[in-house]
Design a protein around this ligand. Structure first.
Ligand code: SF4
Ligand code: SF4
Ligand code: FES
Length: 261
């Protein structure tokens, strides 16, 4: 790859090796394009579509890192195509492939519908009475700003599914049926840790969510373009809830006495 300078004075070229085909039948095709300053990989793909092959399939929407549509892999790393500058990639051919953890529909477009099925299975926010009778009497609230701030981070998710793609439980072991994946632990955390929520999803997080498969490698946190600290702020607190609610011997005994288990 001959590169441009960031001030825009020099034009160069980039060579992209792009996966073409479906899940079961495909191969790589190489394209060389003239680059422009500040160009991102999605720009390069649009240029190929405009000048060389308009049948090249890619999903995108905002071109600003906000919609989560353009997820793919660049040189084997899950990335947003629209936020990956060509001049910041290593010299050489740029390999662009669809996300490995999901079936390829065509070229760079994957079928991510499994994620939406998982999303629908999660018990949504369930508001509770904000004050107990005693608190009402004392005019006290149990909501604190600190607790509210804690869940705000989880709302930044743009549903790019890069975390799902990088997670070895889904990517290498294909455990989609028994493991909901990091994006959905973020969703669980957003409702489960919300101070005004009344539902109990701990059994779901363990049984359907399969949080026990996560061994805290932190790869999901590293790829998240929204900067969500998925492991430390969502997964670990959820694991702690599961352990204290399901496996703490005193809690188990108490549930038995109450007839809940
Ligand atoms: S920390 Fe857990 S959820 Fe995240 S990538 Fe690693 S195994 Fe997957
Ligand atoms: S948690 Fe981060 S990486 Fe995962 S889907 Fe949301 S924005 Fe993407
Ligand atoms: S096109 Fe929206 S995040 Fe890339």
């Amino acid at each position: 790859m001959t590169n441009t300078d960031t001030e825009g004075s020099t034009q160069g070229q980039a060579t992209l090796n792009i996966y073409r085909g479906t899940e079961t039948d495909g191969s790589f095709e190489t394209f060389t394009i003239d680059t422009e300053p500040g160009m991102v990989v999605l720009d390069a793909i649009h240029k190929i579509q405009a000048e060389q092959d308009d049948s090249l399939a890619v999903r995108w929407n905002c071109k600003a890192g906000k919609c989560g549509s353009c997820s793919a892999e660049i040189n084997g790393h899950p990335r947003l195509l629209c936020m990956s500058r060509i001049d910041e990639l290593d010299e050489g051919v740029i390999h662009v492939t669809p996300m490995k953890a999901f079936p390829t529909v065509k070229d760079l477009v994957t079928d991510v519908s499994k994620n939406y099925e998982v999303n629908e299975s999660i018990t949504p926010f369930t508001g509770r009475e904000l004050q107990t009778p005693e608190e009402k009497e004392k005019n006290e609230y149990r909501l604190s700003q600190e607790d509210m701030d804690r869940v705000q981070e989880f709302r930044d998710c743009i549903e790019c599914f890069l975390c799902q793609d990088v997670c070895h439980v889904l990517r290498s072991h294909d455990k989609h049926e028994v493991f909901h994946g990091p994006r959905y632990f973020v969703r669980y955390a957003g409702v489960e840790m919300h101070p005004a929520d009344d539902a109990d999803r701990v059994d779901d997080i363990w049984e359907e969510g399969g949080i026990g498969y996560c061994n805290i490698t932190k790869c999901c946190t590293e790829v998240c373009p929204a900067g969500i600290n998925i492991t430390d702020n969502a997964i670990i607190p959820l694991k702690e809830r599961v352990i204290s609610q399901r496996f703490d011997p005193i809690a188990m005994l108490w549930r038995k006495i109450k007839g809940d288990a």
